[in-house]
Design a protein around this ligand. Sequence first.
Ligand code: DQA
Length: 143
Amino acid sequence: MTVLVLNGPNLGRLGTREPSVYGSTTYADLVRLCAETGEELGLGVEVRQTDHEGEMVGWLHEAADAGSPVVLNAGAWTHYSIAVRDAAAQLSAPLIELHISNVHKREAFRHHSVLSDIATGVLAGFGVDGYRLALRWLADNRG
Ligand code: DQA
């Protein structure tokens, strides 16, 4: 089983992007952290990032066709992209919605997610450790 860890816009700039909100871990560090966690858990993990909505939709179709679980940090798309939601709704394996920051402590426009009601679960506010937690849950609940 390979888990796709899909990251949306601006997440490639982790480490330099608003470090007071998102921390100092870089995107390269995040990829490493997910790979190491996957190895520890005996879980195949592939981490991707895109700033292009159509590419994200294509990756979700790929996960739907392969029956792959997805950890999705859709970034700003979380709050308004019906295209990403419609693609994510086609998944048959678990979908974990993830946010590095606690979106509920932030601006009101971040409080609504178009993904939460179709997600298996939601993680927000645990920093990049949230990715570890998501992968741990998927490993413990693999079919
Ligand atoms: C985010 C929260 C979103 O509101 C924001 O647009 C992001 C990152 C997070 O990981 O905390 O890009 O998803």
